[in-house]
Design a protein around this ligand. Sequence first.
Ligand SMILES: *[C@@H]1O[C@H](CO)[C@@H](O)[C@H](O)[C@H]1NC(C)=O
Ligand SMILES: *[C@@H]1O[C@H](CO)[C@@H](O)[C@H](O)[C@H]1NC(C)=O
Ligand SMILES: *[C@@H]1O[C@H](CO)[C@@H](O)[C@H](O)[C@H]1NC(C)=O
Ligand SMILES: *[C@@H]1O[C@H](CO)[C@@H](O)[C@H](O)[C@H]1NC(C)=O
Ligand SMILES: *[C@@H]1O[C@H](CO)[C@@H](O)[C@H](O)[C@H]1NC(C)=O
Ligand SMILES: CC(=O)N[C@H]1CO[C@H](CO)[C@@H](O)[C@@H]1O
Length: 780
Amino acid sequence: MEVVAAAVGALVTTTSQLLCSCVSSKTNTTFNLHSNLAAVEEEMKSLTDPAEKEGKEIRPQVVTWLKDVETLQPRVNAIQEQMVNNKRPSRCFLNCRKRDRASREVEETLKEIKRLLLVAASFDSGVVCLTRVPRAVECIPGPSIQGQTTASKKLDEIRKALDDGFKRIGIWGLGGVGKTTLVKNLNNQLREASTQPFGIVIWATVSKNLVIKNVQKQIAKRLNLVEEMDEDVQRMAIRLYERLEKEEKYLLILDDVWEKIDLHTLGVPVPEVHKGCKILLTSRLMEVCRTMTTDLDIKVEVLNDVEAWQLFCHKAGDVADLEEIKPLAEAIVKECCRLPLAIITVGAAMRKKTKVELWRHALKELQRSVPSIGGIEVEVYKPLKLSYDSLQGNNIKSCFLYCCLFPEDFHIDIKKLVQYWRAEGLIDVGQNWANMDEGISLIENLKDSCLLEEGHYLDTVKMHDVVRDVAIWISSSSEDGCKSLVRSGIGLSEISAEEFSNSNSLDRVSFMDNNITRLPDCMIQCSKASTLLLQGNNALDTVPEKFLQGFEALKVLDLSGTSIRSLPHIPLQLRDLRVLLLCYCRNLEELPSLGTLTKLRELDLGSTSIANLPRGIENLSELRILNLAYTEKLKSIQPGIISKLSCLESLSMQRCGFRFRVKGEEDGQATFEELKSSFNRLHYLNISLNGIPWDKAEDLSWINRISELELRFLRQPQGSCCLLTIINKRCSFEGLNLSSSQEWIGWFWRNSSSLKLIQCTGLDEMLEDFIESDASFAGL
Ligand SMILES: *[C@@H]1O[C@H](CO)[C@@H](O)[C@H](O)[C@H]1NC(C)=O
Ligand SMILES: *[C@@H]1O[C@H](CO)[C@@H](O)[C@H](O)[C@H]1NC(C)=O
Ligand SMILES: *[C@@H]1O[C@H](CO)[C@@H](O)[C@H](O)[C@H]1NC(C)=O
Ligand SMILES: *[C@@H]1O[C@H](CO)[C@@H](O)[C@H](O)[C@H]1NC(C)=O
Ligand SMILES: *[C@@H]1O[C@H](CO)[C@@H](O)[C@H](O)[C@H]1NC(C)=O
Ligand SMILES: CC(=O)N[C@H]1CO[C@H](CO)[C@@H](O)[C@@H]1O
């Protein structure tokens, strides 16, 4: 509980300043008790405020705790008064404390703080708040349609239809016409409604490749239903049904439906049996509305000319109105077919461009016919392709096209995306491989061009489905190193060799998140391909040697979340491989020697069943990121291996079966001393050790070079555990005996910018020692 700890931290500081000021003339005597207490109050407020905003109740224990903190105020006030009156040079203040009433009070206060500290340590975020029923409508972020007459009229029409008792409403229209935006606005409008027509409004995104389970999961999450392990569709449907039956009135919004969804299979009590149920769906296809037996269909039309122009000007800025440019701009808007998505993206691409030549060129590009693609949506592709064409900067186009390797409506983890980019050499990593700066600035650039959107989850991005279609279309023919075969998230159960027509020209291949059980056992010549994504095929248990043989130029191989037991020896030949991802391959026990992958930068073996480090790992002198988290079976690491990985920037070994040995415990296993020798470039470290590896004389300044550190010390023989976490100088100790750590703990007092002590013993002695020594909370 960060906030509580911070509050306590402030109290400790208050009191220690109080004590120090009596003891040492070196320290600042002009402390201000009142401002410190104000800080505590502020912390308390920040504890209660978010809980109230989220509609949660604060647990009674926490309320009591907060009250106790409050009653401390007058006591601290009194002490301060006493101090002000007591003008004696105060060096003897503490020494004579048996005689001095005031000092007894200080002691009492300290005791009370200690008690509060202990109570606070027992809070964790789960205990602070009680969760209540889900709120009726959740805000769904998205652009507002305020001021757009056509869209606003449609919105009113839908609102009226809901009031009029229509039970199943279909919203349909072209891709990119703004159906989702419209319905998001409806959702958010309902949120502000003074009398709430629904007990709950549930939003679920369906997408092109219908997976019932995914839709169920979204509904369950919204209803605060706990997910059960390995639950099948039917069982989930029963639970959803039982829960939804209890809702008197609810609205289910199914966005982007491509085929009929059987509501019974889904677990939704249909309007015919549940009087208060309403279903609203959006689709590009009228046919879908028909098969879903909607009783009202509302077509979302493209903008009228005036609106199209206004929207464009809004995006492109004042330049569109310049005398020379205006006719060109108008012609460009015309090419956008009055489709909002196209207008928004093209508008963003032309924003603030003042050169007439650029506008003329853009118009010419748009008027060029798009080859070899049929269907109505093609018209949409041209304007979107234009904003792709106008992307400027090193490799940004290639980075953009990388995003379409992920499945439709996928929330792409930014870290993962940047990981792939740097493996492909698309971003300049410079000295520090794990640095995210350039990657993030690229992502922001793509967002500004409306080619990527904010994802629903923290640190994710998403591609609009039409934009993704365009990206796939571009990369199916791309000449400049991005020719891709994209078959992700479409429920494939096997790959046939025929998929790979023209395989030798492919640069990237993605079969991620399917249900592939086997790969072709033959060589497919993909000698240019730099990326092969096969992750998330849970049932895939072997990678045939012959299959991998054809991919000789791979830089990224992602097999995470598959059921493979081993890897063929073929990685030996992947001499260009930069990133090898095998995490969550829970059956993986054995790896071939990796000694020839000398260019490997990232190796992820997290949550696998390996018992030993792969052979030849000591040869990977360029390795920057090694993940061995949750490898519980890994119990042994030979000395002399880790220290060879001299470029390592990040080592994750939380919940790993191996614990580094400390001094005096040499038993033929890797020691912490050895690890320290490779600390030069390390920024992230998360490991377990057999005990605390340093003592009084030790220079701990190496800790300052690591920005995120977590050390878990296991004490023998009692088996008790103590935890040290430092994130950018914010330091936290858990379960430490402070009085037996006096010799070294002062270093942390001096070097930390914040301090959190959780279930630590010996606070009393520590503070006394602290006062007697000339230590200080210099950076606190
Ligand atoms: C001591 O406190 C005063 C008043 O709060 C402040 O201006 C000054 O910077 C402090 N000095 C140190 C060394 O912290
Ligand atoms: C995946 O494939 C297996 C075996 O072919 C099948 O039993 C299972 O239902 C499939 N799962 C999905 C989600 O399609
Ligand atoms: C380590 O790499 C060198 C070449 O850099 C190679 O000759 C040697 O065989 C490799 N060691 C292992 C164990 O693969
Ligand atoms: C270390 O790993 C644990 C377990 O996964 C995690 O909770 C913790 O946040 C990690 N520590 C740091 C500093 O990242
Ligand atoms: C803490 O350490 C001190 C000194 O080593 C010892 O006397 C005390 O019993 C320890 N306290 C606990 C709770 O282990
Ligand atoms: C940044 C900082 O405060 N560093 C201090 C850490 O502690 C050592 C003493 O062990 C000081 O010398 C540093 O100045």
